[in-house]
Design a protein around this ligand. Structure first.
Ligand SMILES: Nc1ncnc2c1ncn2[C@@H]1O[C@H](COP(=O)(O)OP(=O)(O)OP(=O)(O)O)[C@@H](O)[C@H]1O
Ligand SMILES: [Mg+2]
Length: 366
């Protein structure tokens, strides 16, 4: 087991212009931690993971595993095991042979290999399938074999790149719980890449958000959700996304249509320090609520789309009197959603449930 550290690590793909796929990454993953790397397509997640695996050059900075600088160590010498999106199982080998292959290469005895394979198969509920070939397995079973192959090696670090993306939605939910549980039991330091923020929130002890090769924020899922460091993280984490829009600062309040949101003294002074007359305000869909027509300190919303999800419903619409602004979305009780085309009265549940960002830099103000 080991800690993993990126020390100002960069990967720059040659070309004109060169691509800084991972740019000056500083990040420490603690011994035994489950860290999720998340970000949109092309943000550098796979590259960052492959740098730890030794499958990608480190052009600047260093990578450490435990107390070793592994920047120049080839993949074999790094004591890591990787699980890919395409499980890359050997088609001509049985499940047991696939799982034991790396151990065979290490020259372990048949006896030891079969013990380790049996132990991993038990953990992954693969005992009945050990003699099958991969083509006779379902997607979920193949995924478990790929996990098994990593587990038998008992590495210092697991590296996983979107290991669930070939599974259907239901199996993905089950399997993510299994992987998180397994990691907990084994206590092996794990870096897990996904573009799915729900996976990130549910699996990670901490989540690191990447954009354009740059680390935006690394924190617990709760902290990312409650205190996103910038408007990008705010919009990326959470589904549906946080509503983000410009709002005018009027003395000690913010205006969104007819709605005036009182600001704390600290917020007013933060806005003053930056000399702003407008800020980007972020409001989670669940921080807005429906209210009776004409309720004071609210705004009217033209309902343009209602998505009924069962327990709750998502209501999308534009603020009456602000036709130019982006649509808003709010999460309401699924039993009483407004109808399409109606005008709904909307209030803010709590004035403290807003997030304020600099309108140009996107940085959190307070
Ligand atoms: N071999 C390569 N040569 C040049 N550029 C590359 C190479 N591999 C990746 N890139 C570029 O580096 C950036 C990061 O790619 P990377 O594969 O790490 O992204 P990602 O976050 O894993 O995306 P996805 O979610 O689509 O898998 C992208 O702009 C990509 O086009
Ligand atoms: Mg990738």
């Amino acid at each position: 087991m080991a800690e993993v550290r990126y020390e100002a690590a960069s990967r720059v793909y040659p070309g004109s212009p060169p691509v800084r796929a991972v740019d000056g990454l500083n990040l420490s993953i603690e011994d035994g931690e489950f860290l999720v790397l998340v970000g949109p397509s092309g943000s550098g997640k796979s590259t960052a993971l492959r740098m730890v695996a030794g499958l990608e050059d480190v052009d600047e900075g260093a990578i450490r595993i435990g107390d070793r600088d592994v920047t120049a160590v080839p993949p074999k010498g790094r004591d890591i095991a990787m699980v890919f999106q395409s499980y890359a199982l050997y088609p001509h080998m049985t499940v047991a042979q696939n799982m034991g292959f790396a151990l065979k290469l290490q020259g372990l005895s048949k006896q030891v290999i079969s013990e380790k394979v049996a132990e991993a198969a038990k953990m992954l509920d693969l005992q009945e399938l050990l003699e099958r070939k991969p083509k006779a397995l379902s997607g979920g079973q193949r995924q478990r074999v790929a996990m098994g192959r990593a587990i038998v090696r008992d590495p210092a670090v697991f590296l996983m790149d979107e290991p669930l993306s070939n599974l259907d939605a239901k199996l993905r939910v089950e399997t993510r719980a299994n992987i998180a549980g397994l990691q907990q039991r084994l206590g092996t330091t794990t870096i897990y890449v996904t573009h799915d923020q729900v996976e990130a929130m549910t699996m990670g002890h901490r989540v690191a958000v990447l954009k354009d090769g740059l680390l935006q924020q690394c924190d617990t899922p709760r902290a990312l959700y409650d205190r996103p460091a910038n408007a990008f993280v705010a919009g990326f984490m959470g589904s549906p996304s946080m509503n983000l829009r410009l709002a005018v600062v009027a003395n000690t309040s913010l205006r969104i249509g007819e709605l005036a949101v009182p600001l704390t003294r600290e917020t007013v002074s933060a806005i003053g320090r930056h000399n702003l007359t407008e800020v980007t305000v972020g409001i989670r869909p669940e921080s807005l609520a429906l209210a009776a027509p004409g309720t004071p300190n609210g705004f009217d919303l033209d309902v343009e789309l209602v998505e009924e999800l069962g327990a709750d419903a998502l209501v999308h619409g534009s603020v009456v009197g602000e036709p130019e602004s982006d649509r808003l979305v709010l999460r309401v009780d699924g039993r009483t959603p407004p109808a399409l085309g109606q005008t709904a009265r909307v209030v803010l549940r709590d004035a403290t449930e807003i997030h304020l960002f600099h309108p140009e830099t996107g940085e959190r103000l307070i």
